[in-house]
Design a protein around this ligand. Sequence first.
Ligand code: ADA
Length: 568
Amino acid sequence: MIRTFRQHILRQTRLLDGLWDFVTDPGNVGQTEEWHKNYPSGSRKLVVPSCWNNELGLFEYIGSAWYRTYFDTAKESNIRLVFEGILHHADVYVDGRHVGYHFGGYTQFSALLPHLAQGHHELIVRVDSTLDWQTLPTDVVDWYSYGGIIRSVELQELPDVYIDSLKIDYELTDDQADISLEVQVKSLSRNDSEIVVNASTEGLVFPASTVQLSAGQSAQLTLRGSLAHIRKWDVGHPELYTFTVQAGEDDLIDRTGFRTVEVDNGQIMLNGKKLYLQGVNRHEEHPEWGFAFPPKLMLKDLAILKDMGCNIVRGSHYPQSQFWIDLLDEHGMLLWSEIPMWGCFMSTETLASPLFAERGVRMLEEMITRDYHHPSIIFWGAHNEIDTRTVEALELTKKFVGCIRSLDDSRLVTYATMHPEEDIVLSYFDVIGINKYYGWYQGNVDGFRDMLQNYYRNAEAQGAGGKPLVMSEFGAAGIFGDAGWEPRLFSEDYQAEVVQQALKIFREDPRIVGTLIWHFADIRVEVRSDRPYFRDRARSFNNKGLLNEYRKPKLAYRLVKEIYRSER
Ligand code: ADA
C-alpha cells in the first residue's frame, strides 16, 4: 500500500501499479463472452492508479471496463492482492478464475490466493462505475462520476502462518498508557503449526506469546503492556508511536498516537483541553487526476491547510487515501472521516432500502477497520444530508451509529444535517454538524441567526440541547478571477463577503465549537444535458472553493486565513 512508512520488512510486497491493458465494455458483452478467459484484443494501455475519465475520449464514460496485468511467482506461494480503491464495483479474476467481488470505491479489499503455483499469472479486474439509487453514493452526486482503479494495487507474499490483522487499543491515565494489541493470525498451512508472536514499540517490549494452530485455522491473541511518560499526540504536536508485531516469519508495522477525545459540557475536549475547530471540507480530487490524487499534491494541500490556520479537515464525502491520513497524523491535523452518503435527500426510498443499509454498514466497517489507528481522526461521520425529519432516516441512523459504536468507542460520532430545525435524530450523536447555505441557496447571511435559534429550540425539545455544534458546511460560489467593485453573485467578492459574515456569526456563538467551510478547492461536477441536476454549476465545477481547482487562492482564502489566524 502507499503509506508514508514501511508496513513490512519480512513480508515480501510489491506494487502492481504501472501500465495495464484496458478496454471499455459499454454493452457489458464481456461477461457473456467471458473476457476473463479471453481478454479482447485491441485494448489500450492505462496507468494504474488513475481515473479513466481523465483520458481523451473517456471523459463521460460511465459503465464497465476490463483491466489486465501479469505477475510472476518464483515458487508456489500464498498471494494476497490488495486493492486500495476501485470505483465502484470490482470483480477480480486470476488465471481465468473469479477470486473476489467488492463494492465501494473508497475502501480497500483483498483477494487471497493460497498455494498459487509457481509461474506467470494473469490478473484481470472488471470495473463498473455505474451508480444507482441503492449505491453509496447514489447516482446523483455533486462531484464527478469518475471510474477506475483509483488507488494502488499491491501483491503480498504471505508465509504459511501470517498476521491477518492488528488492533491497537489503549487506556490513558495521566501520562501512562495501558496498551493491548489484538493480533489475529491465520494458517494457510497443510500441517499444524506453532509460532511465537512478539511485539514492541518505543520503550516497550510486550511479553511474547506462543500459538498453536491447526492446519487452515486462525487464532486471536492479546498482548498487553504499559508505557509510562508517554508523549501525547495533539494538534500541531504529532507524537507517533510505531508498533512492530512479528509472528513466526511474518510481520506487520503500524503506528498510532496517544490522545483522548471526548465531550464535556457542550465542548469537545482533546487531551482534556477545550478544542475549537477551524477547518474546511476537502474532496480528494483534482481535474487532471480525478480521485487518483497524487501524493506530491497531498503534501501541498496540507501545506495550504496549515497556511490557512486550519486544525481540521473534513474528508468529504468518503474515506480518504491512507497516504493522506498518514500525512495528517504526521502534521498534527485533525480529520472527520465519513462514508459516501450523497443523494439521499430527495426521497426516503433509498434510506429504506435493505441493500443500501447493508452496503453502508459494510463501508463503515471497512473504513473503521482500516483507519482505526490514526490519531488524526476524531470523528466518524455516519451520514450527510439525508432527510433526518423522517422515520426512515431515524432507523438508518440507529443502524449506522450502532455499527460505529460497536467497532470504536474511542472517537466521537457525528453527521451533517440539512434540517436542523426539524431533525429527529440529534440524540443519537455526540456532536451535531449543520450544513446550511444562507447567502447562497437561502436568503442572506443573517438567516443563520434565526436558523440557529430554531435549531437550539429543537435540540432542547429532544434532550440534545447540550451537544457541541459544528457548522459543517456553509459558503458561496466565487469564480476565480471574477473580482470587481461590487459583490455580485458568483464573484470572488461575493463569496468572500458571505464566508466572512458567516464566520463572524458563528465565532460569536458560544455553543458553536467549530466551522468547516465548504469548500477547500473548486471541484469538478457531473453536469449532464439530459439531467436536471447542478445546472447552476458554472464551468461544470462546484465553485465554492477558497482556492480554484489548481489551488490558486481566491479573495475568500486570504480573508479566512486572516480570521482563522486571529483570536476569537
Ligand atoms: C451540500 C453537500 C456538498 C455540496 C454542497 C453545495 O451541502 O453536502 O457535497 O454539494 O451542498 O455546494 O451545494
